[in-house]
Design a protein around this ligand. Structure first.
Ligand SMILES: [Zn+2]
Length: 321
């Protein structure tokens, strides 16, 4: 990372643009308006009037730059600062606070905050194939982080309305492939219905589900090749059955990183943003060194993922930063 930070693309806007172009367009620019990738029909905006980085599409007569159609579109922040922020957020295990970005990149706090959320959006995965499959093990576990913004109430079978069982905590469900990827969800309530939906929709049926003895999982567990449990209540944290290690230690390890990071770096996050912080931790976990990714590759992937993502906040004009 030290040598990476001396990278001239982090200090020079033109070099940063070229780096972003090389990451986003390995086969040459394509038009984000009409999808044209015929290099004969794309002109580079050079010369006295045109600015470098501006391209013209002869197919639709549109203009574009490397940031069009990405979370960086219309931002006033220099590209070398964007690139550096991508690297910082992708290489630090626990995340980087808006305060640190504000100081390191010499941006206003508001601009840094805006930027961090856009990078989280770039890290967010979408439309993924189910986890597990082929008899692989997937752990499922839930935890609670922070308080909900508005206490949720629900009626029990007798119609009595009360706060949910864990009070006003925000429930998070994590699904982790043993030795592989994680996928986390902020669910409204840690109920059988909500948890089962997440489990069903994100784990392949041909998987072996590992959970603790929580009553959230037995019903949905029957829809998989196997459902094995450890009894945390009797301090059983791993059990061996015909050579299969039954535990939820990967999920708990993930929650540990998430909670230490949130506590140490971000301190407080509004509930409506929680899913985005989870996306950030998921992204780093799924591109960790153990899976063969270095800091540079991880950042390049986040930059690639910045395409096709847009994020607007009410009251935060997109062009403000
Ligand atoms: Zn076009």
């Amino acid at each position: 990372m030290a040598s990476d930070l001396q990278n001239s693309a982090f200090h020079d806007n033109h070099k940063a643009r070229e780096t972003l172009e090389a990451i986003r367009w390995p086969d040459g620019p394509y038009c984000p308006h009409c999808g044209n990738s015929d290099q004969d029909k794309i002109a580079k905006g050079e010369g006295e009037v045109a600015r470098p980085g501006l391209y013209y599409c002869a197919e639709c007569n549109g203009q574009f730059t490397v940031t069009v159609g990405t979370v960086m579109e219309r931002s006033k922040i220099s590209l070398h600062k964007w690139l550096q922020a991508f690297h910082l957020m992708c290489s630090s295990k626990k995340g980087v606070s808006a305060h640190q970005l504000h100081r390191t990149l010499d941006l206003s706090y508001e601009a840094a905050w805006f930027m961090a959320h856009r990078i989280r959006e770039a890290m967010r995965a979408g439309g993924l194939a189910p986890l597990g499959g082929g008899g692989g093990i997937v752990e499922a576990d839930e935890t609670y982080y922070g308080n909900v913004d508005r206490p949720k109430l629900r009626a029990n079978k007798q119609g009595r309305v009360r706060a949910n069982r864990k009070g006003n905590k925000r429930p998070i469900v994590a699904l982790v492939e043993r030795g592989g990827n994680v996928r986390t969800f902020h669910v409204p309530v840690a109920s059988k219905e909500h948890v089962a939906k997440v489990v069903r929709e994100n784990i392949a049926r041909e998987s072996r589900l590992h959970t603790d003895e929580s009553n959230l999982y037995p019903a949905v567990g029957t829809t998989f090749d196997a459902h094995k449990t450890v009894k945390h209540s009797i301090e059983e944290y791993v059990r061996y059955e015909k050579g299969e290690a039954i535990h939820t230690n990967s999920a708990e390890g993930y929650f540990g990183i998430f909670k230490r990071g949130m506590k140490g770096v971000y301190q407080h996050c509004k509930e409506k943003h929680l899913h985005r912080y989870l996306a950030e931790y998921d992204f780093r976990y799924n591109h960790r060194i153990a899976l063969g990714f270095n800091d540079r590759e991880r950042a390049a992937l986040a930059v690639k993922n910045a395409a096709g993502k847009r994020l607007t906040y009410r009251g935060t004009g997109e062009a403000r930063f």
